[in-house]
Design a protein around this ligand. Structure first.
Ligand SMILES: [Zn+2]
Length: 251
């Protein structure tokens, strides 16, 4: 392989490392946002439970107030019962009392059920509070380790950018611009090895980047010329691998 393709491969190696470091940086930065989202979700859950508990508690209070009013009615009717002058009047008041008492018993039962529900919701809300606290602790841990890791990754990026500038020195601006465009659209993989299939001619040629068939002309030209030839399908810059074994597992 000639000087140009060697330089491009060197650049590709730096570009690949840069791409990896950038991805790790993004993951780190995303981790904080993801954790914050989790916390917001648990907080919303907690608030919803607390609101529901308050609402049900109010319902229970209203029932109790209602119950008191009717109990007063029963008390009044009892007094009226004692003062009843006829059997008919007595029977009528008694029926009213019994009907009110039945209603009250039912309402008391409903009220108790609601109060039990309120207790259950409160337990859930307390668990939600614990969850929020645990996730907040986790966020603090992520932030602490992130600060260190992000600084490290940023230092690596700076170092790789210097290396990249160094590697790009011997490459013409035209070729460099082709390379950069490709690196951007293929996550740092601007180049692809030509895979040669078949033990003897006619060989089949495949692009190691997109795995589509290549015209033999690309391989033939690269045997003798140090030039930029791109895959007709994915556009990556093609190169020949000296050691065919290494071609199977490109580094
Ligand atoms: Zn290709």
């Amino acid at each position: 392989m000639g000087q140009l393709l060697d330089a491009l491969l060197q650049l590709q190696s730096v570009e690949r490392q840069l791409s990896d470091v950038r991805r790790r940086l993004r993951t780190r930065q995303l981790a904080v946002a993801t954790q914050q989202k989790r916390i917001d979700q648990f907080r919303a859950e907690q608030k919803e439970l607390e609101d529901r508990s308050k609402l049900r508690r109010k319902e229970a209070d209203n029932l109790e107030l209602d119950l008191k009013t009717r109990q007063q009615q029963v008390d009044k009717l009892r007094a009226a019962l004692n003062a009843a002058k006829t059997n008919k009047e007595y029977a009528a008041i008694l029926t009213q009392i019994n009907s009110l008492k039945a209603d009250n018993a039912k309402q008391e039962e409903d009220g108790l059920k609601i109060l039990q529900e309120v207790e259950a919701i409160k337990t859930q809300a307390a668990q939600a509070v614990e969850k929020v606290a645990a996730e907040e602790k986790r966020l603090a841990e992520i932030q602490a380790s992130n600060t260190e890791q992000i600084a490290k990754l940023q230092a690596m990026t700076d170092q790789l950018n210097t290396q990249r500038a160094e590697s790009a020195k011997g490459i013409s601006p035209e070729v460099l611009s082709i390379f950069e465009r490709l690196a951007l659209s293929h996550a740092g993989e601007a180049m692809a090895p030509i895979e040669i299939h078949g033990k003897r001619p006619p060989h089949e040629y495949v692009c190691g980047g997109c795995y589509m068939a290549l015209r033999a002309e690309h391989a033939n030209a690269l045997h003798s010329r140090d030039e930029v030839r791109t895959c007709d399908n994915c556009g990556r810059i093609l190169y020949l691998v000296k050691d065919p074994q290494a071609q199977r597992n490109p580094v």
